[in-house]
Design a protein around this ligand. Structure first.
Ligand code: NDP
Length: 240
């Protein structure tokens, strides 16, 4: 049996300078795609184009997209990965703690998708992938802002699917569980051990395991998958 090589695409990953975003950019590069990453600080992996953008600022995103389009042509695959946490119990969470997380994780994804959709509609092709979280489905004590932002991405992807699905554009959500990254390495050892006990797979995932699902969703093989929520969580969120 022979396998066709993937069609090279122009890919933009937000927050591709570190963590899961860096792994996603590396995986797309390894498959031969043209990869640009947005970063507020630092650089994407070798072989990628790094553009400066803050997802809370539509003008900076617009400039970043224009730079990528000038270098690589229209963005065909966009991965909205940039995200933050600001964990606090409800009674201690200020309105600013809530709206700042929504502004980055949910409104930020809206800004990215809106800007990307222009070129995708024209090309009648696009792959939109939003990085959510298992807590967007399960909820999480101390993360009301974060889990609300991550649930919101599901409505976003599904509505985009309904609006743009007939134009060759898919929009999907990937919901990672616990991933080995800066976000989880700050957790105390005992907390990490307790979390691992609750995961059927008994371990955290590597960023690359998330990245491989995302590159597959962007591939020609996944053309008929849209509005889906794909868990990459070792079974943690089963049934949701
Ligand atoms: P990191 O904290 O390691 O990296 C976050 C990335 O987002 C950085 O590149 C950061 O850029 C970027 N970012 C944050 N705010 C902005 C902004 N306003 N504008 C542009 N870029 C921004 O996170 P992870 O790699 O762990 O997480 C990546 C995604 O995966 C997030 O959406 C997260 O919610 C999600 N996720 C993570 C899980 C985990 O266990 N780690 C589990 C489930 C989901 P800079 O370096 O400039 O700050």
């Amino acid at each position: 049996m022979t396998f066709a090589p993937p069609t090279p695409r122009t890919v933009l990953v937000t927050g591709g300078n570190r963590g899961i975003g860096l792994a996603i950019a590396e995986e797309f590069l390894a498959l031969g795609h043209r990869v640009a990453v947005t970063a507020r600080s630092g650089q994407g992996p070798e072989g990628s184009l790094t553009v400066t953008a803050d997802v809370t600022d539509a003008a900076s995103l617009d400039a970043a997209f224009s730079e990528v389009e000038a270098a690589y042509g229209p963005v065909e695959v966009v991965v909205a990965n940039a995200g933050i946490t600001r964990d606090l119990l409800l009674v201690r969470m200020t309105e600013e703690d809530f709206t700042d997380v929504i502004d980055t994780n949910l409104t930020g994804a809206f800004r990215v998708v809106k800007r990307a959709s222009k070129g995708m509609m024209k090309a009648r092709f696009g792959r939109i992938i939003l990085v959510s979280s298992v807590v967007g489905l399960l909820g999480s004590s101390g993360q009301i802002n974060y889990s609300a932002s991550k649930s919101g991405l599901i409505g976003l992807a599904r509505s985009v699917t309904r609006e743009l699905g007939s134009r060759g554009i898919t929009a999907n959500v990937v919901a990672p569980g616990f991933i080995e990254s800066d976000m989880t390495s700050v957790l105390p050892e005992e907390t990490q051990a307790a979390y691992k006990k609750s995961i059927p797979a008994g371990r955290f995932s590597t960023p690359s395991e998330v990245a491989k699902v995302i590159t597959w969703l962007a591939s020609d093989d996944a053309a008929y998958i849209s509005g889906a929520v794909i868990p990459v969580d070792g079974g943690l969120g089963m049934g949701h």
